[in-house]
Design a protein around this ligand. Structure first.
Ligand SMILES: [Zn+2]
Length: 252
């Protein structure tokens, strides 16, 4: 069984045809999902998805920090109390040149959510783009020790070590569909079996530009990882699903 640890099932492109999306995933043996939220506007929709098959994460994504209502953090705390198995996510820092000017607001929001996650003992779903050092500094400042998923990890094998030591699993995903993804290929080849999880980031990062990405593509990612490691997709499934279950099992 494969676990897609990052798919935006509340996104209209997937939510409008969810039964079909899940049925297609099942044909590829993708049977567990983690649906992260992006902000207050989709907490209700994401929370409603929670089930034995779909884990959820509730939080404020760094892109949407500015548009949140003034009481968003209080509301988030209420939601997390009401959903004791929810992780906190998708949270983090995005220092892409187009987003960097929001760095101070992003950091404040990230650290407030880290403190909430620590107080409730929930793992996080981390969005970290060009912000490795700042994310690590925030985690240390907040004394955050619950670990989680390092979603769409884009660092080197060496920089992954810091995250692994903090209890994170490294998210390997749809960037592997790009032929020139050398750094991620190296990571997917050399990480220990116990260190990685799979994710599509559906409906984003489609393998072919004209169709939205779907959780069923977790199977294709598993096959690419298997080829890199001279293994088979079932072995990749066994390890990555076990790793993912360990993390979601830390909540509640
Ligand atoms: Zn995401």
């Amino acid at each position: 069984m494969l676990f897609d640890t990052h798919c935006h099932l509340s996104h209209p492109a997937l939510n409008s045809r969810l039964p079909e999306v899940l049925a297609e995933a099942a044909t590829q043996d993708v049977r567990r999902f983690l649906a992260p939220a992006t902000g207050a506007e989709d907490w209700a929709a994401v929370a409603a998805l929670g089930s034995a098959q779909i884990d959820i994460a509730l939080g404020i994504h760094p892109w949407f920090v500015d548009g949140q209502p003034a009481d968003a953090l209080d509301k988030l705390a209420q939601y997390l109390h009401a959903h004791p198995k929810a992780l906190v996510g998708e949270i983090g820092l995005d220092f892409h040149p187009n987003r960097r000017h929001h760095a101070a607001a992003q950091s404040a929001c990230f650290e407030a959510q880290l403190q909430l996650a620590q107080s409730l003992q929930r793992p996080i779903v981390l969005h970290n783009l060009k912000a490795d050092a700042a994310c690590l500094a925030g985690i240390r400042r907040c004394g955050f020790t619950q670990g989680g998923f390092a979603h769409a990890f884009s660092g080197s094998l060496e920089s992954a070590q810091a995250w692994l030591k903090l209890g994170f699993k490294i998210g390997i995903g749809s960037v592997l569909f790009k032929q020139n993804a050398q750094k991620l290929r190296r990571l997917a080849t050399h990480l220990a079996w116990g260190d990685m999880v799979l994710e599509t980031d559906a409906p984003f990062m489609p393998p072919t530009p004209d169709h939205p990405n779907q959780p069923c593509n977790t199977r294709r990612i598993a096959e690419i990882v298997a080829a890199l490691r001279q293994s088979d997709w079932q072995t990749v499934a066994q390890h990555t699903t076990r790793n993912a279950l360990m993390v979601v099992g830390r909540a509640a």
